[in-house]
Each structure stands twice: as structure tokens, then as C-alpha cells.
Write a protein that binds this ligand. Structure first.
Ligand code: MUC
Ligand code: MG
Length: 376
């Protein structure tokens, strides 16, 4: 059954609390949702997210939608989605970059094909190795006391025992103080990592990471800007704690260079950065071949995008740093009828057809900017 139509929606969904990163504070998350319909009327759905307009990275929801509508949709219409790898190869020849746009259409095709075969999407990716995966939570309320309360609640509910702290905004000394207070409060029961989101220069990173390492932080994510790969290599050489490449680790080619030159020593996976689930598996394989540790990352997708991430992460042999696909818990509302399950500090890999999520169309209509259904 070939593809009849492609609909791309931008949805703005409020978060349960402000989520403060170095460059932006999220109060409503903008997600991009794809619906690909075949000639029989069967639908595949998927989602990617960006953070803070153009402040986190080059990809914006508006650009993702515009580029799919104009350049990618014509390459999808009339094609058999069963051959999603061939279609993505053809798209890669006509459309440079645009990884988020490529990811959301590839994932919608995978959801559609898996549903048409009545199997979970992970069966199209080699099958799952894990039934559940460890799940970190990001403490980013912008207030140390509130973060400590939140961490204690998560521990008590057996939701999370890995906490990633978003730092990099404001005075680095205050950032350090904030991290050390949280470690003093919950460090005996939880692993604490930090994500600087490119906010430091190398000099700042040198003195901050030294204190953080001595204070018990177990990993530092993207301390330097993406242009400063050589600085990342020097930090990796200097410190014992792992230095993770996130914003700098996009295509398979980027990741190969990071590994070759040790611009970090572990990688945050995110299907949207890599351009889809198949590309994510390639990145994971390169990392595995070199002994680099992996992290199942998020761009803070809601339940649909998180289920897609979970489906591919479940097929990767080892995620040394676990995952952080907590997105659904940060959203005030859901666009799926069913929810993902979280148990005993882990996320359960959904087993239903496709990504295992049933779309709540009324919610999509409610949150989508200018909802319309394309019957082309
Ligand atoms: C990032 O840079 O890792 C992931 C978790 C979170 O709080 O922000 C994202 C983005
Ligand atoms: Mg990060």
C-alpha cells in the first residue's frame, strides 16, 4: 500500500513547570508531529521536538515543517513505505542536512509499516534486546530547593535515581554551588550528571569540571560550544569523568570524527539529531566499535516521540548511561490515548503495534497550529 498523504503539524503543549536550560527556559514545548497515510487509510504517526526556537540548534519547528512540505513530501507520495530505507536514501540525495525533518518522516513510515504488519516497530529494527531501560530525570526548575524536593520525590516514587542537572546559565560559581547542594542532599541515593549545553569556554570548563569531578558528578554533557572540538578533546584527556558529546554529535560522519579524535568519550543518541531510527543504529554501532559509552537522549518529546526513541534504544546492546526519555512526564497534557509505563526507575518498552501509541486526534487538533487534513 503506497503513501497517499503526508501531514505535518506543529503543536505547542505547556509543561508542568518551567524547564531552565543554559540558553532558554521551556514553558511550552513545541513538537512537530507527522501523519503518513497509505492508500488503505492506515496511518503512521511520529514526533520530533526542538528546544527554544532557534536558540538550542539550527532546527526550528517552522523550518522542519516548511522543508518537509516543500521538499520531502513530494518524494514520499506514491512510494511503498515498506521500503523506508530506500526512500530515505533517495531523500538524502535530494535534501541535505535537515535531520529532524528526515527523522520525523522516517519514523512515521516505520510506525505505518509496523502497524500494517501488526508488530511493534522494534521488530523492524532487529528486535528488542531490552524490555525496559534505566531512566534519568532532568532537574531544571531554576531553583535549588525545588530541585532537591523534586529529586527526593522521584526517588521515593522509584521513578528516577539518575539526575541530570541543567547548568551553564549565569555565574559558573553559582552553578557549582547548586550542583554540590543537590549532591549533598541526594548523592548517596542517586547518580548526578550535568549538562552545560555549550555555555562555557575552555577556561571556565577547566576549573568548574575539576570541582564537579571532586564533588562526585559522574558525567559532563557538552560543556563547550560545538565549534570547539579541540577544547572538548583537551577536557577529555584531562579529566577522569566522562565528557559527553551531544549537540556536536549529529550525523554518522560527525560521530566518526568525534570518536577518531576523542572530542569527548561518550555520545548522547537522539534519533532526531541523527536523521532517524536507522541512522541512530549506525551511530550506536560506530560508538560500540570504539568502546564509547552511549546515552539514550531526548529532545523532550511527548509520549509519541518518546515511544519512538524507546523502540530504537531497546535494540541497542548497551546504553552505559541509561536513557533520559522522561519527556512525557514534563508535559501537562498528552496527544496519545495510552501512556508509557515507568516502573522501578525504568521505562518499559511499549509492545503494541508500531510505536505502541494510540493517537488522540482531538488533542492533536486542540494543540496544532492551524490543523488541517491533507487529502492529496
Ligand atoms: C539536551 O541537551 O540534552 C535533554 C534533557 C533535557 O532536559 O534537555 C534535553 C536537551
Ligand atoms: Mg544535552
Amino acid at each position: 500500500m503506497n503513501i497517499r498523504s503526508v501531514d505535518i503539524y506543529i503543536l505547542d503543549i505547556p509543561t508542568v513547570r518551567p524547564h531552565q536550560l543554559a540558553m532558554h527556559t521551556i514553558t511550552a514545548q513545541s513538537i512537530v508531529v507527522a501523519r503518513i497515510t497509505n492508500e488503505a487509510g492506515l496511518e503512521g504517526w511520529s514526533e520530533v521536538a526542538t528546544i527554544g526556537g532557534a536558540s538550542y540548534g539550527e532546527g526550528t519547528p517552522e523550518a522542519i515543517k516548511a522543508n518537509i512540505d516543500k521538499y520531502i513530501t513530494p518524494l514520499l507520495i506514491g512510494k511503498d513505505p515498506t521500503h523506508f530505507s530506500k526512500i530515505m536514501f533517495e531523500i538524502s540525495k535530494a535534501v541535505r542536512g535537515n535531520h529532524f525533518a528526515k527523522a520525523v518522516v522516517e519514523e512515521a513510515m516505520i510506525d505505518l509499516v509496523a502497524k500494517s504488519k501488526n508488530i511493534p516497530a522494534y521488530e523492524l529494527l532487529g528486535g528488542k534486546i531490552h524490555d525496559s531501560l534505566p531512566l534519568a530525570w532532568t532537574l531544571a526548575s531554576g531553583d535549588t530547593g525545588k530541585d532537591i524536593e523534586e529529586a527526593k520525590e522521584m526517588l521515593q516514587k522509584k521513578r528516577h535515581k539518575i539526575f541530570k542537572l541543567k547548568i551553564g546559565k549565569g555565574d559558573p560559581h553559582k552553578n557549582i554551588d547548586h550542583v554540590l547542594k543537590i549532591i549533598a542532599a541526594v548523592g548517596d541515593q542517586a547518580r548526578v550528571t550535568v549538562d552545560v549545553n555549550q555555555a562555557w569556554d575552555e577556561t571556565t570548563a577547566n576549573y568548574c569540571i575539576e570541582v564537579l569531578q571532586d564533588g562526585g558528578v559522574s558525567m559532563v554533557e557538552q560543556p563547550l560550544p560545538t565549534w570547539d572540538n579541540e577544547g572538548m578533546a583537551r577536557l577529555t584527556e584531562r579529566f577522569k569523568l566522562p565528557i559527553m558529546a551531544d549537540e556536536s554529535a549529529n550525523s554518522v560522519h560527525d560521530v566518526f570524527q568525534i570518536i577518531k579524535h576523542r572530542y569527548g568519550n561518550c555520545i548522547a543518541l537522539k534519533p532526531c539529531k541523527h536523521g532517524g531510527l536507522m541512522e541512530t543504529k549506525k551511530v550506536a554501532a560506530i560508538a560500540e566499535s570504539s568502546g564509547f559509552g552511549l546515552y539514550g537522549g531526548t529532545m523532550i518529546e511527548s509520549s509519541l516521540g518518546t515511544a519512538a526513541c524507546a523502540s530504537v534504544y531497546a535494540t541497542i546492546p548497551e546504553l552505559e548511561f541509561g536513557t533520559e526519555i522522561f519527556g512525557p512526564m514534563l508535559f501537562k497534557d498528552s496527544i496519545t490515548v495510552n501512556d508509557l509505563q515507568f516502573e522501578n526507575f525504568e521505562i518499559i518498552i511499549p509492545d503494541g503495534p508500531g510505536f505502541g501509541m494510540e493517537i488522540d486526534l482531538d488533542k492533536v487538533k486542540h494543540y496544532a497550529r492551524g490543523y488541517s487534513y491533507n487529502l492529496s
